[in-house]
Design a protein around this ligand. Structure first.
Ligand SMILES: [Ca+2]
Length: 173
């Protein structure tokens, strides 16, 4: 089978400093692409195929990006070409995909920590962490999970607490 006349030559002349959509599609994991797709369709409340300001803000948050009003507006203005203040799926994919690829793994852990730490004690136990890892689709072994606990477990009580890691993150339960 021979393909003549392929238009997919190397001439992908994106002048933008951003990653091309094609690169993002390669770099994102399938689950991440699916997450993006799901967030978009879930939060496109009026099903018009676009996200407005409010829809965009919650869609970002659902994917773990808590953007300020200003930041959300910046995103809209960056992509909005017709003053409707709406973001298409492709724009959303590009922007949030970029963020996901550039995400500091520690941010992900902080977010998870915040979500899963025990509210009473402010600590996260092995069993919580197991749940976190599963939620995040991380395939961590029991040993890796234990290593994570130990890394932050300064007083040896087998739980990691947020204040012990206050050099990295501060949050209040
Ligand atoms: Ca919409």
């Amino acid at each position: 089978m021979s393909h003549n006349n392929s238009s997919l030559s190397a001439g992908n002349n994106s002048s933008s400093a951003k990653r091309g959509l094609g690169n993002l599609k390669v770099e994102l994991l399938n689950e991440q692409k699916q997450e993006i797709r799901e967030a978009f369709s879930l939060f496109d409340m009026n099903n018009d195929g676009y996200l407005d300001y409010h829809e965009l803000k919650v869609a970002f948050r659902a994917l773990g990006f808590d953007l300020s009003k200003r930041e959300v507006l910046d995103v809209i203005h960056e992509y909005d070409t017709d003053d409707r203040n709406l973001i298409s799926y492709e724009n959303f994919f590009q922007d949030v995909g970029e963020r996901i690829v550039n995400r500091d793994p520690l941010d992900e852990i902080r977010r998870a920590f915040k979500l899963f730490a025990d509210e009473q004690t402010g600590t996260i136990m092995l069993r919580n962490l197991r749940r976190v890892a599963k939620e995040l689709g991380e395939n961590l072994t029991e040993d890796e999970l234990k290593a994570m606990i130990e890394e932050f477990d300064l007083d040896g009580d087998q739980a990691s607490t947020c204040y012990k890691r206050s050099n990295v993150v501060t949050f209040h339960l």
